[in-house]
Design a protein around this ligand. Structure first.
Ligand SMILES: Cc1cc2nc3c(=O)[nH]c(=O)nc-3n(C[C@H](O)[C@H](O)[C@H](O)COP(=O)(O)OP(=O)(O)OC[C@H]3O[C@@H](n4cnc5c(N)ncnc54)[C@H](O)[C@@H]3O)c2cc1C
Length: 452
């Protein structure tokens, strides 16, 4: 174990996470008289809103996940450490991270925790092996492998039932992510893969969206939810509302309808986008505070200044924070990062922490694509959908994509896919589908080094 030496030093800010919260926090401290250590368990900054386009062959991994180290290369006061944070000691002001067998303890004066959230299976974690979520690059590549692999298997099998099963795709969860991915699976089958097989007709694939509630995308309101639903149905997607998934296995899943009846859907590809659970680091911090709690999703119920009780130097931001009226979306994380770093900077110049103004969230609206040329958009009371909303979606996502090269590459990829029928990222490998499971097995056998 190594402990960083106590030498004369500047104010040290440790940032956990390289997502929207973590990366923007580190960047906002660029000109501050501080040393920043950003610790994350992935080497990249992931633009999660476009993961579904990696899963469905539109964008490459590099376009949505540039290396954090390279982004921060010119920021001399920032260092990047790869590692999983396994311990936070609020009393002694240290963060412990692990990479392989190495443990690193980093002291801090201020801490910004932006560790985000993971997929939630509501206590049914065994569903995950059969129905991966969409939170990481690994998830997206595994899903791409499963989706395209299902068409390949359908082409080869001589069993009509198995062919039908392979050509049935189910997305669980009718939030924006579920709507976006299901729309893209339908377009992939109908446009990109049409005519590419000989034994099967990909356009006959059955694509199903299952939602436990009575509408898709409830936060967008009934009008836009219905609009998105109609558009999906036009694409041939079966939208099943008021339907609960009660079991998932290799062969398919079991659903319970509103009237209580249960039945099976045999399907090879299942995608889970039904809920989120905050990083366990939230609970770890709350337990050490003077009474801060976590909500049901494990998010930290922060003070008005985004800190935990008794520790004004510990900020929790992004998907890990619970603030009334702030949705778990990128703008909340970005604004939280800006707010927290602003407090750190002004207090270095002598401002009093007890005089902080509370965090105020500016709701810039939300949007989701349904298919090419079609999106829904809600800004305050203004609700609109269709092509204009899609253009707005396009512009906004380009704006937030990190790196000029990535923006140009994304524009080119979208041009190919939306104006034509092609998709530039149709590569799949067996390892993408099975590697994660294999690694998990290796870890279960307690092999000391699963990677490296
Ligand atoms: C599929 C999908 C689609 C989305 N679409 C939209 C959208 O259209 N619009 C929108 O506004 N929002 C969207 N969101 C939500 C948005 O991406 C999140 O709100 C945002 O990423 C939250 O930022 P964050 O920094 O809090 O967490 P994240 O971006 O999740 O980053 C968390 C970081 O913490 C790191 N980390 C976690 N645990 C540890 C640990 N123990 N040790 C070290 N590092 C750790 C991770 O590696 C990661 O770098 C979407 C999310 C998903 C998953």
């Amino acid at each position: 174990m190594t402990v960083d030496n106590e030498v004369p030093r500047r104010h040290r800010v440790v940032v956990i996470g390289s997502g929207f919260g973590g990366l923007f926090a580190a960047k906002h401290l660029k000109r501050a008289d501080v040393d920043v250590t950003l610790i994350a368990k992935t080497t990249h900054h992931l633009f999660q809103p476009l993961l579904y386009q990696v899963a469905t062959g539109i964008l490459s991994v590099g376009e949505i996940a540039p290396a954090t180290r390279i982004i921060l290369r010119k920021q001399k006061n920032a260092e990047v450490l790869l590692g999983e944070v396994v311990g936070i000691d609020l009393e002694n002001k240290t963060v412990t991270s692990k990479l392989l067998d190495w443990e690193r303890v980093v002291p801090f004066d201020s801490l910004i925790v932006a560790a985000g959230a993971q997929q939630s299976y509501f206590g049914n974690d065994h569903f995950e092996a059969f129905a991966p979520g969409m939170k990481t690059i690994d998830d997206a590549l595994e899903l791409r492998g499963r989706i395209l692999g299902a068409f390949e298997a359908a082409e080869v099998t001589t069993s009509a039932d198995e062919r039908q099963r392979r050509l049935t795709f189910v997305v669980v969860g009718g939030g924006p992510t579920g709507v976006e991915v299901v729309g893209q699976i339908a377009e992939l089958a109908d446009r990109t893969l049409a005519g590419a097989f000989r034994a099967i007709n990909p356009t006959e694939a059955r694509v199903i969206l299952i939602e436990a509630g009575g509408a898709v995308m409830p936060p967008m309101g009934p009008k836009l939810g219905l609009k998105a639903q109609r558009r999906l149905e036009k694409l041939g997607v079966e939208v099943k509302l008021n339907t609960m998934v009660t079991d998932v296995d290799y062969k398919g899943l079991t659903v319970k309808e509103k009237d209580g009846s249960e039945h099976r859907i045999e399907c090879a590809v299942k995608v889970w986008s039904a809920g989120v659970q905050a990083s366990p680091l939230g609970k770890l911090i709350a337990q050490q505070s003077d009474g801060t709690e976590v909500d049901r999703a494990g998010r930290v119920v922060v003070e008005p200044d985004l800190t935990v009780k008794g520790h004004p130097n510990v900020f929790v931001i992004g998907d890990l924070m619970s603030v009334p009226g702030v949705p778990g979306q990128a703008p909340g994380a970005i604004q939280g990062a800006k707010y927290a770093t602003k407090q750190i900077k002004s207090e270095l110049k002598g401002a009093d922490p007890s005089a902080r103004k509370p965090f105020k969230y500016l709701d810039k609206g939300s949007m989701a694509t349904v298919s090419r040329f079609s999106a829904v958009c809600k800004v305050g009371k203004l609700e609109f959908g269709g092509f204009i909303a899609w253009l707005a979606w396009l512009g906004l996502h380009l704006y937030y994509l990190v790196g000029g090269r990535n923006r140009i590459a994304a524009i080119f990829s979208w041009f190919v896919t939306f104006l034509g029928r092609g998709r530039g990222q149709m590569t799949i490998t067996e390892r993408w589908v099975f590697a994660r499971r294999a690694l998990e097995q290796v870890r279960d056998q307690e092999t000391p080094r699963a990677i490296g």
